[in-house]
Design a protein around this ligand. Structure first.
Ligand code: PEP
Ligand code: CO
Length: 458
């Protein structure tokens, strides 16, 4: 179903750039709800529920992204490919936060600059799929499109889009956000106590040991400064954490797009940093129309088929006044394509004088299947694309200002390689992702260390 089929759900679309104007454009990757009246009722309910964030948090993030565009900050965006309702629990949430905090400490220390932390969480429930259907043993059903739409179980009933899931996604996002806020405000992120971030299940890991040495060293320096100055070091008991998700389910995004007092324009208050996925990023797409109407900073995935002129046209639509802090370009080329495709894009953006922050998603261009059909990514390919990203930017007088990674704090075996040199046979042992393979704890720490090395060489 495209946006046009649903024109009358929220009333006829009005002015360009209004929260419902996307309904005049073809919307790819949307679910087909059999009961449109039920969907409409749910959307009305959703539009009344409190939002998850505030406009001032969004504007602060925009400010920080503008600073990153000037080379004063580095951006770390990471989390699950897809969150699930079943994993909306304290263990999964804290473990993911611990990994992101550990990575960001490695980066702050190694890069000697502030890091913007953005979780792929509290709303990452909708997934684009390469096919509308899935066939197993001669049975064809609608594809799983993320927990906000249907369920991954391979039965007809599980795959029917259910509007009730929109409310559940909002509830799980709020619960996640609430818990993360309480943790980061309540001392969990306190640099005096990096031991709070230890993962219970990690044993005898050389990388965990390396992290412990680093964090203990930082702790000693802080104590030393506090002792000789007789004062508490500045703001080190808490950190800022922002949220992000792919703004894919446009009815959901619209229902949480609001005007706020004393600010011009509309804000998507379901998240701080929504992004446009690769499959919905063409100029004519409803997703681009929706995103140009909000005040949030936005991400745009840039894949290997994007032409330089197309990218500049998209930037003109999404950021017509060339505002700093508005655009983050997340390139995801694949290790085999980045050197051939990225330079022309960097130069086109420079020639058009568009302020952007370039960040590297070294995951999504490197997905492959093993001989027994398991979706995986090779650590070596991810690492090589990341290294090339730093080099290509440097060689083109540009700067790689951040990274976008799929990772988890759970003990999984989904990507091969890394410090433990996982092989294809290990994948069956602990493969939990319902969609894309994620870096596990050790692979994520190794990646953070590599990012520091490459950044400092570039
Ligand atoms: C993703 O980030 O999970 C994703 C689907 O990425 P892309 O749109 O770049 O393929
Ligand atoms: Co993914």
């Amino acid at each position: 179903m495209n946006g046009n089929d649903l024109l009358n759900i929220a009333g006829a679309a009005t002015e360009a750039g209004a929260p419902d104007s996307w309904q005049n454009f073809p919307a790819a990757q949307q679910a087909t709800y059999p009961d449109v009246a039920a969907l409409q009722g749910t959307l009305e309910e959703l539009a009344q529920l409190p939002p998850l964030g505030t406009s001032w948090e969004i504007l602060t993030l925009r400010q920080q992204i503008a600073e990153a565009q000037r080379g004063e900050r580095f951006l770390l965006q990471g989390g699950d490919c897809a969150e699930t309702f079943a994993e909306c629990n304290s263990t999964v949430i804290t473990n993911r936060l611990k990994v992101l905090l550990q990575m960001s400490l490695i980066m702050v220390h190694g890069l000697q600059m502030p890091v913007i932390r953005i979780g792929r969480f509290a709303g990452q429930y909708a997934k684009p799929r390469s096919s509308d259907t899935e066939t197993r043993n001669g049975v064809t059903l609608p594809s799983y499109r993320g927990d906000i739409i249907n369920s991954p179980a391979f039965t007809e009933q599980a795959r029917v889009p259910d509007p009730g899931r929109l409310l559940q996604a909002h509830a799980c996002s709020s619960l996640t956000m609430n818990f993360v806020r309480a943790l980061v405000d309540g001392g969990f992120a306190d640099l005096h106590h990096p031991e709070y971030w230890d993962l219970g299940w990690v044993e005898h890991s050389p990388l965990a040991e390396e992290f412990r040495r680093l964090s203990e060293g930082i702790g000693r320096s802080i104590n030393f400064m506090e002792t000789i100055s007789g004062k508490q070091a500045g703001n080190i008991r808490r950190v800022d954490f922002y949220t992000s998700h792919e703004a894919l389910h446009l009815h959901y995004e619209q229902a949480l797009t609001r005007e706020v007092p004393r600010q011009a324009g509309h804000f998507n208050l379901s998240t701080h940093f929504p992004w446009i996925g690769m499959r919905t990023a063409s100029l004519q797409d409803a997703h681009v129309e929706y995103m140009r109407g909000i005040q949030n900073p936005i991400g745009l995935k840039v894949g290997p088929t994007v032409e330089p002129q197309q990218l500049v046209d998209l930037l003109r639509v999404l950021n017509p006044r060339r505002e700093a802090g508005r655009m983050v370009l997340i390139h995801r080329m694949g290790v085999g394509q980045i050197e051939a495709r990225l330079p022309a894009l960097i130069r086109a953006v420079q020639d058009a004088d568009m302020p952007v922050l370039w960040i590297s998603d070294a995951m999504h261009g490197n997905t492959e299947s093993t001989a027994d059909g398991i979706k995986t990514r090779r650590f070596r390919n991810i690492m090589n694309e990341m290294e090339l990203a730093f080099e290509v930017h440097r060689d083109n007088h540009s700067r790689l200002g951040g990274v976008h990674l799929e990772l988890t704090g759970e003990n999984v075996t989904e990507c091969t390689g890394g410090a433990r040199d996982l092989v294809d046979a290990d994948l069956r042992r602990a493969y939990k992702s319902t969609v894309d393979p994620r870096l596990n704890y050790e692979q994520a720490l190794e990646m953070a260390m590599l990012i520091v090395r490459k950044h400092n060489q570039a």
